[in-house]
Design a protein around this ligand. Structure first.
Ligand code: MEV
Length: 304
């Protein structure tokens, strides 16, 4: 085999971002926005995407460059040409770095017949994210590998939810590393206040699990909105996110909250299927970029 294309999905959090970094429960869903990596045997290492063409380049392609280096420890990679295409906006809380990492690992794994299974791919992906971001939970890389709705850290697969999912992008870059570090500082300064907030977020995920199983979208929505209030309390919201969140709620969403690290990036709204277009238009009217999507069962896969 000389050439292979693999893709992996992005994700949204129903509940639990930030708290999951401290071992609390979270529920995350893979969504139908994918990053595609085509790998072809070559004499040198070449990486290309809309960001430009280069070789190993830890500034422009930190995740892909690290995957090539890590996989070279497992197998003999003399050269490889990697072409990346993505539907997932970068640095927006939708797991773009996990998706490109996981799709690249699987493409090299299959091309060089390394024999890595899904758990190995998720673990390797997590170690690469952790090295680059400083602190990273295993959530993004696990969900991108396995797909579906997943409760972490238990790694328990839940039923797929099939309501409308509308993402609103503020268009403002958000650094996960910076936001995780801001929360760590707040927790250090005010442990008696911040620790109970993080454990309440974990409890929201545990309570939400039963509602996800029964597809009780209105109740999931109530919990997501409470979770949003707590994310605001730990300092990861922003005026732009708040505008999109309230626009979505006022337009008929069950719920709307930050997804991912916050500080910019994206919010997510759960909606009745019939209201998704209306919620997307409301997000656009207040300056956001709206994406209507759905939860997907498909984690990393080969594209034909
Ligand atoms: C980022 O998508 C989610 C955070 O909880 C960080 C992490 O889990 O690594 C903020």
């Amino acid at each position: 085999m000389q050439k292979i294309t693999c893709s992996a999905p992005g994700k949204i959090y129903l509940f639990g971002e930030h708290a999951v970094v401290y071992g609390e429960s979270a529920i995350c869903c893979a969504v139908d926005l994918r990053t595609q990596v085509q790998a072809c045997l070559s004499d040198t290492v070449q990486i290309s995407s809309v960001l430009g063409d280069t070789g190993i380049d830890h500034d422009r392609y930190p995740y892909v460059s690290s995957v090539v280096e890590k996989m070279s420890e497992i197998t003999d990679i003399k050269g490889i040409k990697l072409c990346i295409k993505s539907d997932i906006p970068v640095g927006s809380g939708l797991g773009s770095s996990a998706a490109v990492t996981i799709a690249t690992i699987q493409a090299l794994n299959l091309l060089f017949e390394c024999g890595l299974g899904a758990e190995d791919i998720a673990t390797l992906g997590h170690s690469i994210e952790k090295k680059i971001q400083g602190v990273a939970s295993s959530t993004d890389t696990y969900v991108s590998t396995m797909g579906g709705v997943v409760m972490v850290p238990l790694k328990k697969k839940l039923h797929i939810i099939d309501c409308g999912i509308v993402i609103g992008n503020t268009g403002k870059f958000s650094s996960t590393r910076q936001l995780v570090s801001n929360v760590a500082q707040l927790k250090k300064n005010y442990p008696k206040i911040i620790d109970p907030i993080l454990s309440t977020i974990g409890r929201i995920s545990l309570t939400g699990e039963k509602m996800v199983a029964k597809k009780e979208y209105e109740s999931i929505g109530v919990l997501m909105n409470i979770n949003q209030g707590l994310l605001d309390a730990i300092g990861v919201s922003s005026p732009e996110l708040a505008d999109l969140i309230y626009a979505a709620r006022n337009a008929g969403a069950y719920s709307a909250k930050i997804t991912g690290a916050g500080g910019g990036g994206c919010m997510v709204a759960l909606t009745p299927l019939s209201e998704a277009e209306q919620v997307a238009s409301a997000i656009t009217r207040v300056g956001g970029k709206a994406i209507i999507t759905k939860v997907t069962e498909h984690g990393v896969r080969v594209e034909h």
